[in-house]
Design a protein around this ligand. Sequence first.
Ligand code: DX5
Length: 218
Amino acid sequence: MATDPTPKIVPSVLPANFARLGEDCRELEKAGVDRIQWDVMDGHFVPNLTFGPDVVSACREAVALPFEAHLMVSDPDSLVERFVAAGCSCVIIHAEACLHLHRSLTLIEAAGAQAGLAVNPATPLEAVRHVLDLTSLLLVMTVNPGFGGQGYIASMEPKIAEARQLLAEVDHPVELEVDGGAAAGADAFCAGSALFSYDGGLESGVTDLRRRAAEARR
Ligand code: DX5
């Protein structure tokens, strides 16, 4: 996933209207987002339960936007192929959920998708240093996974700056995505409630978040 100077806006559809997900995806596309993140939760790795691959697949034809699956699940290996088949071009797995993280990341590439790697707030970046060569995206969680609308964990700012430095040492582009908050140095911003509840509507929210993200990178 190439990194370019324009910050990417990646809405999570967790706050979307689950009774009209396809329409909400179309409204996000119209609002100018760069791709859509599906927060997949299994009720075990995190205390919430959300989308399966069939739901993602049902929305695939609604938009042309790339889909990324953020697997907040205890057994990501068992789900990678199904979410790729459902139309996700990137699958993000949690370092904390994988006993054999190197193998799990190779499974994503073998399935034909870009491999993304997520780290929870307490997980040191040292835990992923040796597998960044297998990733296209590093997702630094700035909230504890499981729910939308949580408070931004400001103590993640130094970690995001550290991640930026770490990725600069990798011999291919790895996009740095943060989950919430316009943290300094990120390439992509995943936001859910901030976008869906934006006073001026989705399009204004996307424009405003992109502007704030660009300012945060300066
Ligand atoms: C939390 C998810 C977040 C969430 C969006 O587990 O990974 O992406 O859906 O968070 P808010 O709504 O705070 O932007």
